[in-house]
Write a protein that binds this ligand. Structure first.
Ligand code: G6P
Length: 365
């Protein structure tokens, strides 16, 4: 067991530290900078991806937040309408043109019953289906028309970490593929984006090297009453994921909000015992988000921000630097949140790899 954990006390911390490698595997051999394209080895009929009118992503838990990130990427990069639904809420109503709709099931395990049910409904109505998964031979690979593997390697900790970033990176490649195929993404923009993607493993490593600072923050705030995570645009799903991680493994109350919504209710909960953790990077309208953070600070809340390198924010109690990788910066900010959740839970002696009441993969609807 100790050997399998590679010297780490928990699989979760090992898997957090495996993210640069997981990302390199996700990108390996798939990027062609010369033609500013990607090669994903998908076997959809010729022209199918190009003629799409709508993409629907279905997923649960962390995969759902990765899908929210990816849907924004698909809209921005590929200029295709993209929606996300929680798999257990998904009904394919057949009202749209099924042949021009691609339904993507995003599932680490490939075995989540709700996600399998959703993809079956979509396939039954005639939509094309794609599985994005980490697991070779899993059920979803048999249900979907085609599969894209995220290549993160096995994830043992119940709380998903490295698979989140690998899912988003893989879906970013798909967004480039579709954008190039449809002619909506220019060569220059594709090169920029692929360059940022290539910078992601190194950026994540730089954050991992700052772990001691996060441990210090965890020591300082471990006894807080609640933790609020906020972000805008690409920062919003990261805020939701940050809160999910913390509640899963520390059992503390944590909640993610769209930063702009703080003032529409949650601000009533803010005190000096409710730290606010904010994503203040590229792709998150950091200036406006900082205004919302300041409103919470005015009510006494301590503020921790993951901030783009070189960006001036107002005063934060703790500022954590995020290297510049464009719209992937919120993913890098997420690594700080993972480490924060891990250390708060570890200081409390929680069962980090197997939190109470939770399972790695949920095979009942
Ligand atoms: C369970 C796990 C979560 C995971 C979710 C979806 O709830 O505890 O970590 O995000 O299932 O799993 P999937 O394998 O479909 O990504």
């Amino acid at each position: 067991d100790a050997a399998e954990k590679g010297g780490y006390e928990h699989y979760m911390r090992k898997e957090i530290h495996e993210q640069p490698t997981a990302l390199r595997q996700a990108l390996s051999g798939r990027i062609d900078l010369d033609r500013a394209g990607v090669d994903l080895d998908l076997e959809f009929p010729q022209g199918c991806l190009e003629s799409l009118e709508e993409i629907q992503l279905v997923a649960c838990g962390t995969s759902y937040y990765a899908s929210q990130y990816a849907a924004q990427l698909l809209e921005e990069v590929a200029d295709v309408r993209a929606t996300v639904e929680i798999a257990s809420e998904y009904e394919f109503d057949g009202g749209r043109d099924p042949w021009r709709t691609l339904v993507i099931a995003v599932t680490q395990s490939g075995e989540t019953a709700d996600t399998l049910g959703a993809i079956r409904r979509a396939a039954g109505a005639g939509a094309r289906t794609l599985a994005v998964t980490n697991t070779l031979g899993s059920s979803v690979t048999r249900e979907a028309d085609d599969t894209l593997f995220i290549r993160a390697g096995p994830e043992i900790g119940v709380a998903a970490t490295k698979t989140f970033v690998s899912q988003v990176a893989t879906l970013a490649l798909l967004a480039v593929d579709i954008g190039r195929g449809r002619g909506t993404l220019s060569t220059a923009d594709a090169r920029d984006l692929l360059g940022d993607l290539r910078g992601l493993p190194g950026a994540v490593q730089q954050v991992l090297d700052e772990e001691d600072r996060v441990l210090k923050a965890a020591r300082e705030f471990r006894d807080s009453e609640s933790f609020f995570f906020v972000g805008r645009r690409f920062g919003y799903p990261v805020a939701l994921e940050g809160a999910l991680k913390l509640k899963e493994i520390s059992y503390d109350h944590a909640e993610g909000f769209a930063a702009g919504e703080l003032k529409h209710g949650p601000l009533a909960l803010v005190t000096d015992k409710t730290p606010v953790l904010a994503v203040l990077t590229d792709g998150t309208r950091a200036g406006e988000t900082m205004n919302n953070v300041t409103e919470a600070q005015t009510r006494g809340a301590p503020a921790i921000g993951a901030v783009s390198a070189g960006l001036e924010t107002g005063s934060l109690d703790i500022g954590l630097e995020v290297p510049n990788v464009g719209i992937f910066e919120p993913l890098v900010a997420n690594v700080y949140f993972q480490l924060f959740a891990y250390h708060v839970a570890n200081l409390k002696g929680r069962s980090i790899d197997k939190p109470r009441n939770l399972a790695k993969s949920v095979t009942v609807e």
